[in-house]
Design a protein around this ligand. Structure first.
Ligand code: GLN
Length: 502
């Protein structure tokens, strides 16, 4: 019998639709895999076996009754722990939310449930999505399935590792500066940050509201498109949600044709600081696309050089304001200091001191400083101006080309602990992914090979203009097909087998 955990979501969905397997069987197979390997991977903070099997049984019953179901009905999924799930613990990787059970579902969660995707559990992440390695989780790091001593990327390392380790065929991530794409790159999985506003932020615990965007984490481009289709759509509960036409991303992923497509290679993303093996794989991918008929030119985006600095002002500023809601009165942890009758301020201070980790505190301090009246113009104001310049650069680039390309992450997965004491070194890992968030455009990362020096996955990033997410799926699916011919199958099949720890 085929191992149901090795199928793509699209193939599993076809098996479910034909009646060949049931959702309960598929869901159980993934729960068994989680039980066997997650002791070593730590991709999940919470596994909801009972809830997932109940949802699976419900889909099976609806199918048996002849109901018309969605494309992914019955395919189980993992959800990043920053997205609220009614009745199921949601911590955002933080101690301050330990034990919090949301009384409501995020719109993303509602949409997954309505489409019949059983939710296996909640995935590990850097606390409040601040980080690039999942080492800032209050619940211990996630380990990269390719090498358990290495980082799975971050902040959504749990979602990426769950999919790479075949614990889930699909996962949801969130990307504020790269947290879907960069983990995708270092785990050999596909990650998409849709156009800002394409997927509702209602119920997504906010880090930086003008940058946050949920998106798919999968093993194939088609699977990502199918999941994107389930999650995207207007939501009146999110005032930044896009209304109007949404592109047909599934049709685009099926088209997979780059003949005549104009691709711009970003000059500023690929030189110094990029690992030789990552660069080599990138150049080969560009070569493959050229051979397939794409028209490749080099394009300069000068303001990309300031993007990282601007991001690390805008993001902490917004985070410092968003995280003010964790005041010990409304959610989760409350620490009462000793003394007769501590003031509300003393309770708040003690709770925030005990509940937030170092990285979160660092960013709250940075953001509060950048927004303070004496420094607002110099820091926050300047960062917003860089954002405008960057948007102008992208607009000029997209007047010349249909999509832009770069490596996703400058390096492959580094060792756990290697950059933990050097926040700046870690921040540099997001240099290629951050620009898209600052200007709201969509981006995708697909695995494009293994770096020669360490045999670890590298990622290829494509960016498109806002609302043109379909261009990403079309081009990425074409490259994926060419790479599979070259590699004799998906790159993930080259990953070492994980041993069961059970
Ligand atoms: N790594 C980036 C940061 O630390 C991006 C995080 C994210 O996209 N959530 O802020």
């Amino acid at each position: 019998m085929t191992d149901l955990t090795r199928l793509s979501a699209a193939d599993l969905a076809a098996r479910l639709a034909s009646g060949d397997v049931t959702s309960v069987e598929a869901t159980q197979a993934h729960l068994d895999r989680i039980a066997a390997v997650d002791g070593a991977v730590n991709a999940f903070l919470h596994v909801d076996a009972e809830g997932a099997l109940a949802q699976a049984a419900d889909v099976d019953a609806r199918r048996a009754a002849g109901e018309t179901l969605g494309d992914l009905a019955g395919v189980p999924i993992a959800v990043k722990d920053v997205i609220t799930t009614k009745g199921v613990p949601t911590t955002a990787g933080s101690k301050i939310l330990e034990g919090w059970i949301p009384p409501y579902d995020a719109t993303v969660t509602e949409r997954l449930k309505a489409a019949g995707l059983p939710i296996l559990g909640k995935t590990n992440m850097d606390e409040f999505a601040m980080g690039s390695s999942t080492e800032h989780s209050a619940y211990g790091p996630t380990h990269n399935p390719w090498d358990l001593d290495r980082i799975p990327g971050g902040s959504g390392g749990g979602s990426a590792a769950a999919v790479a380790a075949f614990e889930a065929p699909l996962a949801v991530g969130t990307d504020t500066g790269g947290s879907i794409r960069q983990p995708g790159a270092v785990t050999g999985t596909v990650g998409v940050k849709p156009t800002y506003g394409a997927i509702s932020r209602y119920g997504l615990i906010a880090m930086a509201s003008s940058l946050d965007q949920a998106g798919p984490v999968t093993r194939t481009v088609l699977d990502a498109a199918l999941l994107h289709g389930v999650m995207a759509g207007h939501d009146p509960r999110d005032s930044t949600s896009i209304s109007g036409e949404y592109p047909d991303v599934v049709a685009a992923a099926r088209r997979a044709d780059v003949d005549g497509l104009r691709i711009g290679v970003v000059t500023e993303l690929g030189g110094e600081g990029f690992q030789p093996g990552v660069r080599a794989r990138f150049e080969e991918s560009v070569e493959l696309l050229t051979k397939a008929g794409a028209d490749v030119v080099e394009v300069s985006l000068p303001s990309v050089k300031q993007a990282l600095a601007a991001y690390y002002l805008v993001m902490p500023s917004e985070a410092s304001s968003n995280l003010a809601r964790f005041d010990a009165m409304r959610y989760g942890l409350r620490v009462t200091p000793d003394g007769a009758t501590p003031s509300a301020e003393a309770v708040m201070a003690a709770t925030r001191d005990a509940g937030f980790g170092d990285e979160v505190k660092r960013r709250i301090i940075l953001g509060t400083y950048a927004l303070s009246s004496g420094y607002y113009d110099a820091y926050y104001g300047s960062a917003q101006k860089v954002r405008t310049l960057l948007a102008q650069d992208f607009a000029a680039a997209f007047a010349q080309v249909d999509v832009l390309a770069s490596p996703t992450s400058p390096t492959t997965a580094y060792k756990l602990g290697e950059k933990l004491d050097d926040p700046l070194a870690m921040y540099l890992g997001d240099v290629a992914t951050i620009p898209a968030n600052l200007v709201g455009i969509p981006g995708i990362s697909i695995p494009n090979g293994l770096a020669d020096e360490d045999g670890l996955p590298s990622g290829f990033q494509l960016l498109a203009p806002a609302h043109a997410d379909d261009r990403l799926y079309n081009a990425a699916a074409a490259l994926e097909r060419l790479l599979e011919q070259q590699w004799g199958g998906p790159i993930l099949t080259k990953a070492p087998e994980l041993e069961a720890t059970r």
